[in-house]
Design a protein around this ligand. Structure first.
Ligand code: ZN
Ligand code: ZN
Length: 266
């Protein structure tokens, strides 16, 4: 049986919500979809929302928080977020019982019912955004979407992870030739924006070669500047080139935009 598992319920600018299984513990990372959609996708994943222990929020952008308040109130789920994220989202998620507010800080590990988390700060253009490494005490996984750029520190943290959900946001050529205004293109390409397919591929190839990475879920694809096929092929080519001929051991999926389709576990 898998002891850690990443199960994306929805991924992309229309809404992000990821279900994590860490031993017996189940948590949501972000809930940028309606409560109804979250319940529906949880059911598809075989999980009753009452079994959830918490929602961890990576940052306050609307595609990550629109359903957080509803799920919190409906199932009395504690919400874990950094102080900066709390300040930025508190007026956008409705009334929250103060007893359900939990503060976390980047680089300060915390536990939820025995599941271990190590939040790390990201350079994404939000108040105090984080990515997450999580563990059942034996195996490690990571959520690394809305990264902007990958520092040496983040890379070192990801080395021990065997499963990862990572952003392959855009194809650079599609973004540059597409309809977005110049300032938006520049923001997306900057260190405060998102990882391109190419940067994601280079990172995955390095993690596969130098670290424990074996299963990859690509997510947070732009609907205007990317396609699942392009993201998959770009990252696969990078890994194939880095490994010469052993890429058969590596599992690579693209998370579905609206629904729970594939999951990865270890
Ligand atoms: Zn964001
Ligand atoms: Zn986002």
């Amino acid at each position: 049986m898998n002891s850690i598992k990443i199960c994306p319920l929805s991924s992309g600018s229309s809404g992000n919500c990821i279900l994590l299984f860490i031993g017996e513990v189940k948590v949501l990372v972000d809930c940028g979809i309606t409560g109804k959609a979250a319940e529906c996708e949880l059911a598809r994943a075989g999980v009753n929302p009452k079994e959830l222990s918490a929602i961890i929020v990576t940052h306050e952008h609307i595609d990550h928080i629109s359903g957080v308040g509803i799920m919190c109130r409906r199932y009395r789920l504690p919400i874990y977020a950094t102080l900066g994220t709390w300040k930025a989202m508190i007026n956008c998620i409705g009334k929250i019982d103060p007893l359900l507010i939990r503060y976390i800080a980047s680089e300060v590990p915390f536990q939820i019912n025995g599941a271990q988390f190590h939040p790390f700060s990201t350079s994404h253009d939000a108040a105090e955004s984080i990515g997450l490494v999580f563990s059942d005490g034996e195996k490690y996984g990571a959520i690394a979407t809305d990264l902007g750029t990958v520092t040496k520190h983040i890379f070192d943290l990801l080395l021990k992870c065997s499963i990862i959900m990572i952003e392959a946001n855009h194809d650079e050529a599609m973004l540059l030739s597409g309809p977005y205004p110049r300032h938006l293109k520049e923001r997306i390409l900057s260190d405060c924006g998102h990882l391109s397919n190419k940067l994601c591929g280079a990172l995955c190839a390095k993690l596969v070669r130098e670290g424990a990475l074996r299963k990859i879920m690509l997510g947070h694809l732009s609907s205007d500047n990317n396609t699942p096929h392009l993201a998959y092929e770009t990252v696969k080519n990078s890994i194939d080139n880095a490994l010469c001929c052993n890429a058969g051991d590596i599992t690579l999926f693209v998370a579905d935009r609206y629904s729970m389709k594939e999951e990865i576990g270890d």
